[in-house]
Design a protein around this ligand. Structure first.
Ligand code: BMA
Length: 369
C-alpha cells in the first residue's frame, strides 16, 4: 500500500526521483557502470529529492532492549515487521586494534550485517567515537584540550593517529558483498563538533584546525585505498547557517550535510526540541541545496521514549516539513538502563511507531526493494 502511495507521490518528479522513491534499484540507470560510491550518491540524492525519508536505527540488528547478539532480530522489525532503511554503526575502539567496538559489538558482526543490509537494498552509516591518539582516553574525556592541534603538528601524535587510520581503512576496505565488490557506506567522522563534549569540539580547536583534521582524515583514508565512502558533516544544534558553516571542510570534502539534535527533558522538552530541529533542519536543507549535497537528520531521538506519541506528533511533522534523505535514532542499549530510542514489542509507544511506519513519508527497507 505504501509503495503505491510513494510511487504516486513521486510520479511528478524526475525519473531518478521516481526510481529511488519507488525503490527500484536498477532504475538508478547508470548503476551498471557507476562505482559503488557513485551509485550510493545517486540513490541518496534521488531519495533526498522526494517526499520520503528513510528511517535509521543505531546497532539495530545486533542488540535490542531485551536481547543481545542474536541473529535475524531487531526491535524495529519486531514492532513493524520491517527493518530500518538505514543501519547505523560505530567504529570506536577499532583504532585500538580491538575486536569489539566501544559498545561491545564485534567488528566481524558489523561487517556481516553491513553486507546483509546491502543485500536487502538498504543503507549503512558509520560514526567514530574514537579513543585519543594522545593517551587512549575515550572521546568524552578532555584530558588534553589540545588533542586536535597535536594530531596536526606533533609528529609522535600524528604517527599514532596515522596508525589509527590504518585500522579504520582496513575495515572500510574489507566491506564487500557476496560477489566481492566493495560496499559503499556513509562515514560521519568528527560529529557534534559544535558542542564541547568530545575532544574535537568547538572549545578545543580552531575552525582551521577542525577543517584540517577533517581533510587529513579524508586524505589519509583515500591514500589507503578507501574509495567506498560518502562523508557526512554533522554538527550538533546550531544558531544559524553561518554557525552551521563555521567549520565546514569544503564542498570537495563533504558529501552529506546533516545535523544531530536530541530532545531532552521528556515531554517538557518538546517545544525547545521542535524549535531547535525546525531551525537546524531548515539550515541543513538550505545549505545542502546551495552546495548540491544530500541533506540528512544524522542523529535524533527522545531517550527512554517517555512520550507515547513522540514519533507521530513530534518527529513525523518535522520530517514532512523537511524531507531529508534519512533520519537516524540512537541505540536500544542494555548496558545503560533507559538508554533506548526505538520502541520494542510491548512498549507503550509501539502502536504509535506502527502509525509512523504506515505513514507515506517514512521509508523502511521494504520500500527500497
Ligand atoms: C552515545 C551513547 C554511548 C555510546 C556512544 C557510541 O551516544 O549511546 O553509550 O557508547 O553513543 O555508540
Amino acid at each position: 500500500m505504501r509503495l503505491t502511495t510513494i510511487s504516486l507521490l513521486v510520479a511528478a518528479i524526475p525519473a531518478i526521483g521516481l526510481a529511488a522513491c519507488s525503490g527500484d534499484k536498477t532504475a538508478a540507470g547508470e548503476a551498471a557502470v557507476a562505482t559503488p560510491v557513485e551509485t550510493l550518491r545517486s540513490r541518496l540524492l534521488a531519495i533526498d529529492s522526494c517526499s520520503g525519508v528513510m528511517f535509521g536505527h543505531h546497532d539495530d540488528p545486533v542488540y535490542g532492549y531485551t536481547w543481545t547478539g542474536d541473529t535475524g532480530r531487531s526491535d524495529v522489525l519486531e514492532v513493524v515487521g520491517d527493518y530500518p532503511a538505514m543501519m547505523s554503526w560505530d567504529l570506536g575502539a577499532i583504532e585500538l586494534g580491538r575486536d569489539n567496538n566501544l559498545d561491545g559489538v564485534p567488528f566481524d558482526r558489523i561487517r556481516a550485517e553491513v553486507a546483509a543490509q546491502d543485500a536487502r537494498g538498504g543503507f549503512n552509516t558509520f560514526s567514530w567515537h574514537l579513543y585519543s591518539p594522545v593517551d587512549s582516553s575515550d572521546c568524552w574525556t578532555i584530558g588534553d584540550s589540545l588533542t586536535v592541534q597535536r594530531i596536526l603538528t606533533d609528529s609522535v601524535v600524528h604517527a599514532a593517529y596515522e596508525h589509527q587510520l590504518d585500522r579504520v581503512a582496513d575495515f572500510f576496505n574489507s566491506l564487500t558483498d557476496a560477489d566481492g565488490n566493495k560496499i559503499a557506506v556513509i562515514f560521519r567522522p568528527w560529529h557534534e563538533h559544535t558542542g564541547g563534549w568530545f575532544w574535537w569540539g568547538r572549545p578545543y580547536c580552531t575552525p582551521d584546525e577542525y577543517r584540517e583534521l577533517w581533510l587529513s582524515t579524508r586524505r589519509g583514508l583515500e591514500e589507503r585505498g578507501v574509495d567506498n565512502l560518502l562523508y557526512a558533516y554533522s554538527p550538533d544544534r546550531v544558531t544559524s547557517e553561518e554557525d552551521y558553516m563555521e567549520r565546514y571542510p569544503g564542498d570537495d570534502a563533504v558529501d552529506i550535510m546533516g545535523i544531530d539534535i536530541y530532545q531532552f527533558d521528556d515531554a517538557a522538552g518538546t517545544d525547545t526540541y521542535r524549535r531547535a530541529a525546525e531551525l537546524g533542519l531548515s539550515v541543513v536543507c538550505e545549505a545542502a541545496a546551495e552546495h548540491g549535497k544530500i541533506a540528512a537528520f544524522t542523529e535524533t531521538g527522545l531517550e527512554g521514549l517517555r512520550m507515547d506519541d513522540w514519533y507521530t506528533t513530534v518527529l513525523l511533522p518535522l520530517l514532512k516539513a523537511h524531507p531529508v534523505a534519512y533520519v537516524v535514532v540512537w541505540r536500544n542499549s542494555q548496558q545503560k538502563p533507559g538508554h533506548f530510542y526505538a520502541p520494542y514489542p510491548g512498549h507503550p509507544s509501539a502502536s504509535d511507531f506502527k502509525k509512523f511506519y504506515d505513514d507515506s513519508t517514512t521509508l523502511f527497507v521494504n520500500n527500497l526493494k
